[in-house]
Design a protein around this ligand. Structure first.
Ligand code: PLP
Length: 399
């Protein structure tokens, strides 16, 4: 049947009927180990009892009341995000791109109310991905995503990845701050070195610039810390979250210090759905699990274990795997052949992955996996590599 959806995605011919933890059952009965987690969204896997309980309880209460009224669930969630991070204030959104949009607006408005409205530009990095709205495609700077959508939104200056001299050279009287993903997701699982992040923070302080993070993919525990920037011991001024925050329910958040958010006063920003009781209840349930004693340390140690397994695979299949990179449970395999072929081979072995730029295949399992899932994924990846390194059959050879 011809699809009535915009054909903007290359979809695998697979649909799922049931999910439990890290496992998905397809409509044809096949079981898949889900190491894509809906592109880093299903942080607690599928059907997590605590999330199902929170959703069910919220479903019989008002789902939506609008931001014209008090929303205790959103107040509570905001307070917990503030307690867990650098932030003093939170604005809730429904997606990552909206959270980044709010971060961009917050940074611009800060300088405007400081009496420097000319400071509206953000320095960004090659390989960035910040979403698909008009401002966030301009921030990402990928020509593929900008093509045909009219003049890009003004105000973004892109420099090479982790190049501090280039950042310094790009600063002008119009610069408001620097925007980056501490670990680039779509760009190919590239983590900014901790030393670079520390120097960047110092540079921002020296030049009166805001450090703005896009932690939509790497935040909420994915790298083994609540925010990925914590690995560098650096605090930002503003940060965007989404994906894992809702565990599968659309929920994003823009976090900021009091100082950075000083321009975001009454009437300056809004969202009809942002932070409604349903979304905020589920976000709260995600935090119950992710912020529980020992959870993040466990993600870090599982990440280290998985990385070790992947390094062994790299040794064994040098003709297939070029390198392994990433942080925590946000890992990537840079493949020698096309990454699409690798992902297809993994899928044929019952393992779901996600493609990224720079010929990388992303491995983003739910954060609630255990050692057995890592062992199972390593076995399936080993078989996928063997498929890819098997000599091609002679044309016409018997199968
Ligand atoms: N920023 C980053 C780092 C992302 O990975 C994504 C989505 O992949 C976005 C922003 C956009 O999020 P959304 O698709 O929810 O708008």
């Amino acid at each position: 049947m011809v699809s009535a959806l915009f054909p903007t995605y290359a979809r695998a011919d697979l649909a799922f009927e049931r999910g439990e933890g890290a496992w998905l059952a397809a409509s044809d009965g096949e079981r898949y180990l889900d190491f894509g987690a809906g592109v880093a969204v299903n942080s607690l896997g599928h059907g997590h009892p605590h999330l199902v309980g929170a959703l069910t309880a919220a479903a019989v209460k008002p789902w939506h009341v609008s931001n014209l009224f008090q929303i205790p669930e959103a107040e509570r969630l905001a307070r917990r995000l503030v307690q867990a991070t650098f932030a003093d204030l939170v604005f809730f959104t429904n997606s990552g791109a909206e959270a980044v949009e709010c971060a961009i607006k917050t940074a611009r408005k800060f300088h405007a109310v400081e009496g420097r409205p000319e400071r509206y530009r953000l320095i960004t990095f090659e390989g960035a991905f910040h979403g698909r709205t008009l401002a966030t495609i301009a921030a990402g700077g990928n020509p593929k995503y900008l093509d045909g959508f009219g003049p890009p939104v003004e105000g973004f200056d892109q420099v090479p990845f982790a190049d501090l001299d280039a950042v310094e050279a790009a600063i002008t009287e119009e610069t408001a701050g620097v925007l980056l993903e501490p670990v680039q997701g779509e760009g190919g699982l590239r983590a900014f070195p901790a030393d670079f992040l520390r120097k960047l923070r110092a540079l921002c302080d020296a030049r009166g610039l805001l450090l703005v993070l896009d932690e939509v993919q790497c935040g909420v525990g994915r790298t083994g810390r609540f925010l990925a920037i914590e690995h560098a011991g650096v605090t930002p001024d503003i940060a965007a979250l989404a994906k894992g925050l809702g565990g599968g329910f659309p929920l994003g958040a823009c976090l900021a210090t009091h100082e950075a958010a000083k321009g975001m006063t009454l009437g300056t920003h809004g969202s009809t759905f942002g932070g409604n009781p349903l979304a905020a209840s589920i976000g709260g349930a995600v935090l119950d699990v992710v912020l529980a004693e020992g959870f993040l340390a466990r993600v870090a140690s599982l990440g280290a274990l998985f990385r070790q397994r992947l390094a062994e695979l790299e040794d064994r299949h040098r003709g297939v795997i070029e390198t392994v990179r990433g942080e925590g449970l946000m890992l990537g395999i840079k493949t020698r052949g096309p990454n699409g072929d690798f992902a297809a081979a993994a899928r044929a072995e019952g393992l779901l992955t996600v493609l990224a730029g720079d010929n990388v295949v992303r491995l983003l399992p739910p954060l609630v996996i255990d050692e057995s899932h890592i062992a199972e994924a390593a076995t399936r990846l080993d078989r996928a590599c063997a498929r890819l390194s098997a000599p091609a059959k002679e044309p016409g050879a018997a199968s």
